[in-house]
Design a protein. Structure first.
Length: 458
């Protein structure tokens, strides 16, 4: 893969399902969520519309799901960033090198290793708040369509989808779970502006800013087809990359169809196809710190891995990270060497699905195994560990989840992937110095064509 064709993917495709900055109501608003959201029960009154357990845990450290947060607070101004409804809360405790072993049962291997290897890496644990929810229409579609949706082509395709964003709310197998990850989103369309940069010892962050519009099938009149989403966007900064652009169409049937992608090469000034933007290809301008298919947990065809749902457990994961969305923060002030400063992050105890992908015999990839920890309330990846060809832990990913109540839907205040060998981190999806994301923007199919991409050249 050429450097030109990989440059864009690391910035645009990240935003495809969800991506960034949400706000939430305050603790008071938590008590007054629309009853309709909480009562959109699945086939069982004990489950949420997305298949999560409504009840809290026996220890009372995980609360009952009461419908989530779905309405912006009074005075909300997206241009100023999201209001943190839990700003007054203090950490229950902080996990560091002195006590990590006593909390290791509720942390992925990768998080434990980061703490043990880097004295400055710490995990502040706050009271758990189950804020995740989506629009009433999306929740209704998930419940209505679930009985008629099925896997086909040995898990490489799904059939029966019209507008659902979570095809298997009560997933029983790994192949069903991975499709939930591929399809979940905060809204049917969005326009976002994000920045990515690399940091580590002696490495000064140099942000690359992009703008992108993403539309899922229902937003462009393609519901009920095999179309999953379309994405178009371009690089805005730095000037050396400005004008490079990308168009992607993804599918619900990777057996009979494939990802279609085009890029604008700023040097050649023409639109060219980019079929190589998939799987283990290095994501652009990431200093080879991540692959194309590990952006935002996982994307693209699941064909190279055998997926297994290992079960559910209680774990500390990044959640309600509103502090990180503050638009008064500068990117250079948010990181300390290779990590987001601990005082800006927030972890909570939540139930997660543990999803494992093992490389199939005869398939090629940089990773032999990847283990994802998926929020039960939203089907969003929160943490992930990735292993090299020798089976050794190599890359550790953290996605700083937060509920975008102006969508409403789960989002993220940013993503971090640390390479244990390179001792550097690629940060993605940060919006602090960018315009705010707009959800449910008006779009049509003509906005996502090679011709539309050509018009972006400048």
């Amino acid at each position: 893969m050429t450097q030109h064709t990989t440059t864009f993917f690391g910035y645009f495709f990240y935003r495809w399902f969800s991506c960034l900055f949400g706000t939430l109501l305050g603790l008071l608003v938590l008590l007054f969520q629309p009853i309709a959201l909480a009562q959109l029960a699945s086939n069982s009154a004990s489950l949420t519309p997305l298949g999560a357990e409504k009840a809290g845990n026996a220890a009372k450290t995980i609360p009952e799901w009461m419908g989530g947060l779905s309405t912006p607070p009074a005075g909300f101004d997206a241009s100023k960033g999201y209001v943190d409804p839990f700003a007054a809360e203090k950490p229950l405790f902080v996990i560091d090198q002195s006590n990590v072993d006593s909390h290791a049962d509720k942390l992925p291997t990768g998080q434990v290793q980061l703490i043990k290897k880097y004295p400055k890496y710490k995990i502040p644990v706050y009271p758990s708040q189950r804020t995740a929810t989506f629009s009433t229409s999306m929740l209704q579609a998930i419940q209505k369509e679930a009985p008629g949706i099925s896997l086909t082509h040995n898990g490489l395709a799904v059939a029966g989808v019209k507008t659902s964003s979570v095809p298997f709310p009560q997933a029983k197998a790994g192949a069903e779970a991975i499709w939930n990850l591929l399809m979940r989103r905060p809204a049917q369309s969005l326009e976002s502006h994000t920045a990515s940069f690399i940091s580590g010892p002696g490495v000064k962050p140099v942000p690359v800013s992009t703008s992108q519009t993403i539309a899922f099938a229902p937003a462009i009149g393609k519901e009920g087809t095999t179309h999953l989403f379309s994405l178009i966007g371009d690089v805005r900064r730095p000037s050396s990359l400005a004008g490079e652009a990308l168009l992607v169409h993804d599918t619900l049937n990777f057996k009979e169809d494939a990802r279609n992608a085009w890029v604008v090469n700023s040097g050649q000034r023409r639109v060219i196809r980019a079929p190589e933007l998939s799987h283990a290809a290095p994501a652009g301008n990431s200093d080879s710190l991540r692959t194309v298919d590990d952006i935002y947990g996982f994307n693209g065809s699941p064909e190279r891995f055998e997926w297994k749902l290992l079960g559910k457990k209680e774990m500390y994961i990044p959640y309600n990270n509103y502090r990180m969305s503050n638009k008064s923060l500068k990117y250079t002030d948010m990181v300390d060497d290779a990590f987001v400063k601990p005082e800006l992050t927030r972890f909570e105890l939540h139930r997660v699905y543990v999803l494992e992908g093992k490389l199939k015999p005869g398939m090629e990839h940089l990773y032999s195994r990847r283990v994802m920890y998926v929020d039960e309330d939203s089907w969003y990846v929160a943490l992930m560990d990735q292993y090299d060809s020798k089976g050794e832990l190599w890359r550790v990913k953290s996605l700083y989840l937060m509920q975008a109540y102006n969508a409403p839907g789960m989002y993220a205040a940013g993503e971090m992937q640390h390479d244990l060998n390179a001792r550097k981190t690629i940060f993605s999806g940060f919006e602090n110095e960018e315009p705010p994301t707009r959800f449910n923007v008006p779009v049509n199919s003509n906005d996502f064509t090679p011709g539309a991409l050509r018009k972006m050249m400048r």
